[in-house]
Design a protein around this ligand. Structure first.
Ligand SMILES: [Zn+2]
Length: 336
């Protein structure tokens, strides 16, 4: 399959998850398509031109709007108005919400971090409970490749990357946390998770070595690579070392490995900076996708982050969809 698309070995449907309360990252989304502040648009306006393609695969699409239309929405493809999204929750977070009455299908979460920026988690039992409450039957599962440092001068331990000005550093053991957690589960629960390798520095040309090592150490466990952290507003600014980007030479062998082993690549790649509201860095994502036509990409947050605003994003996404086919971007209110 070419371009920006997302299927876990044909077993999991496209979806994406909502937040956590600082510790656990519950995930509830399905495939989330961007949300944009500022422009009063009708609920259906954001949907990609080829929405039908996605729907034909029998998936639910959930999105979240901020600004004019806060809340989470879904399509009911067998209902009277299959192209009209309906509210599943008029809130800004799906954490601890019982959605079993409003979501009528099994949900798959395509973007779930098991740990926070200190590599802590409330644990897999809490996660499974939260998934059940939200109607999530399957979830992509990854750690976080970055740790927030606690500096000597800081009196309070920072719990989130934005909590203070300390830096974040690359941390590979996050993959071990995920692998051990998934392997510890009974078969029935284990099947619900689709683990991804993410614990590498995407600016290091040795990154592929870590991916290969994980793949060898845990054969038959991994089902994808990512979420690769590249441009990500303040997080990128706080991270030690070279700026990561989707078209970095270090990622070429990773993308090639992913295609060869049928592993979708989940990537965070902002298209702009906090201060500039134009798609400054869109070409990075485009180049990566063009150069690796056999690699499937999951573009989380559709090129934006908490503090990135690009008024032309809808047009950008439509164009990307036209060029690359199906795209399943996500947007995270509580992205970690
Ligand atoms: Zn993420």
């Amino acid at each position: 399959m070419r371009g920006l698309a997302f299927i876990f070995r044909n077993r999991v449907c496209p979806s994406r998850g909502g937040g956590y309360n600082v510790r656990i990252l519950l995930a509830v989304l399905v495939c989330i398509l961007a949300l944009f502040d500022g422009q009063p648009l009708n609920a259906g306006d954001f949907w990609p031109i080829d929405i039908r393609k996605i729907k034909e695969r029998g998936k639910i699409i959930v999105t979240q709007y901020s600004g004019e239309q806060p809340g989470f929405f879904a399509f009911d493809e067998v209902g009277e108005y299959p192209n009209q999204p309906f509210y599943i929750s008029q809130t800004d977070s799906l954490v601890d919400k019982d959605l079993t009455k409003t979501i009528r299908y099994q949900v798959t979460d395509a973007h779930l971090h098991y740990v926070d920026f200190l590599q802590n988690s409330e644990g897999v039992e809490a996660l499974l409970k939260a998934m059940n409450r939200a109607g999530v039957g399957h979830a992509m599962l990854n750690g976080l490749p970055l740790v927030k440092k606690w500096n000597a001068v800081d009196p309070r331990k920072p719990l989130y990357y934005l909590a203070d000005d300390s830096r974040t550093y690359w941390y590979s053991a996050t993959d071990i946390l995920v692998a051990q957690t998934v392997k510890s589960l009974p078969e029935a629960d284990r099947k619900k998770f689709h683990p991804f390798i993410c614990g590498f520095n995407p600016t290091d040309r040795n990154a592929i070595d870590h991916v290969r090592r994980m793949y060898e150490w845990y054969p038959d466990l991994w089902e994808g690579i990512g979420e690769i952290q590249t441009r990500h507003d303040d997080l990128a600014a706080l991270t030690y070392g070279e700026q990561a980007r989707a078209n970095h030479i270090a990622l070429d062998p990773v993308y090639t490995f992913a295609a060869k082993h049928d592993l979708p690549v989940c990537i965070h790649s902002d298209i702009s900076s906090v201060w500039v509201h134009e798609p400054l860095y869109l070409h990075e994502m485009e180049e990566a996708v063009k150069k690796h036509p056999k690699t499937r990409f999951i573009w989380t947050h559709a090129g934006i982050s908490r503090r990135i605003t690009v008024p032309s994003l809808v047009q950008v996404l439509r164009r990307m969809l036209k060029i690359f086919g199906s795209i399943f971007p996500g947007w995270f209110t509580l992205c970690m």
